[in-house]
Design a binder for this molecule. Structure first.
Ligand code: FE2
Ligand code: FE2
Length: 304
């Protein structure tokens, strides 16, 4: 395993994760730290998200943010987001991968987050995370909220995927190539999905990470698992009739992605304050690790 190996205890049949990625989505920052829609204190919920990220893993391979980074594409919003995330990324010794969403404006995103020229070029990139390839696509369409991938971007993706990566590839994109059960969401769906599926089939893509929905959702696309991370700003209250689902200031979440040789898991992490038990601890783990497999089974599996 690489130096990025997860330092978890392994008592079962699966090998440890070769890579751990923090998947965050939809921060929707605004200039001056304004509340989103006058309601949602997006910077506070994001700060709490960053606290949780610092707690869950000491050294993830990447912090991936899958779009709608800024709500109105204001330059100050990007500056504020960068100022919030970069110190945490530095502390954890990891990279930040920014993905553009429909609320973003490419020129401002490029100038403030990437330190580049403020152009309308799609915000794409390829990262070699110690043998795991992460490819960021740009499904945003300037001037619109629906998603799309044009011929040039699909051709570029196809070319990148020609050469497989040692640990395979993850695709990151804002609009998920999945249906939503909420009416109207499909107006904003990703276009040219058949063409994208064509490019992905037979490639080394092992997972697709997306956002946009503001609720957690999972499915498959072209045989590849897709995981939609919920939002950090507000989430859709899906515990309501589908036609009456609206935003709520609760259930903000991100995902921890454990990439193992045989599988990839996406764990939804609710960012919440709740009274929490103290039964399990590092000390308890060390005690279990000191036992033989039979003793461990006796201690932990046997019904009393
Ligand atoms: Fe969003
Ligand atoms: Fe979106």
């Amino acid at each position: 395993m690489s130096e990025h190996s997860d330092s978890e205890y392994v008592f079962g049949r699966h090998q440890p994760a070769s890579h751990v990625i923090i998947h965050v989505s939809d921060p929707h920052f605004l200039a001056g730290g304004a509340r989103l829609g006058g309601r949602y204190d997006v910077e506070t919920t994001f700060a709490r998200t960053l606290e949780a990220i610092r707690a869950v893993h000491p050294h993830p391979d990447a912090i991936l943010v899958t779009g709608d980074l800024a709500d109105l594409g204001e330059r100050d919003a990007y500056r504020r987001l960068r100022a919030a995330v970069e110190p945490v990324a530095d502390e954890l010794g990891t990279v930040v991968v920014w993905v553009a969403g429909n609320h973003d404006e490419r020129p401002a995103l490029r100038a403030e987050l990437l330190g580049g020229e403020p152009t309308q070029e799609p915000v794409t990139g390829v990262w070699d995370l110690d043998g795991l390839r992460l490819i960021a696509l740009d499904t945003s369409v300037p001037g619109w909220h629906h998603g799309d991938l044009d011929e040039a971007q699909l051709a570029w993706l196809s070319e990148v995927l020609e050469e497989p990566a040692p640990h395979g590839t993850l695709l990151a994109m804002h609009h998920p190539p999945l249906p939503s059960h909420l009416p109207l969401f499909d107006i904003l769906e990703l276009r040219h999905q058949d063409e994208l599926a064509e490019v992905i089939r037979g490639s080394d893509v092992r997972g697709i990470l997306a956002g946009h929905l503001h609720y957690s959702s999972h499915g498959t696309f072209a045989g590849v698992p897709v995981s939609v991370s919920s939002a950090t700003c507000y989430t859709m209250n899906v515990a309501r009739p589908a036609a009456d689902v609206n935003g709520m200031d609760a259930a903000q979440a991100f995902e921890i992605v454990h990439v193992r040789p045989d599988t990839i898991t996406h764990t939804v992490v609710p960012v919440t304050d709740a009274p929490t038990g103290d039964f399990f601890s590092e000390r308890w783990l060390a005690k279990m690790a000191a036992l033989s497999p039979d003793e461990r089974l006796e201690a932990f599996s046997r019904k009393r």
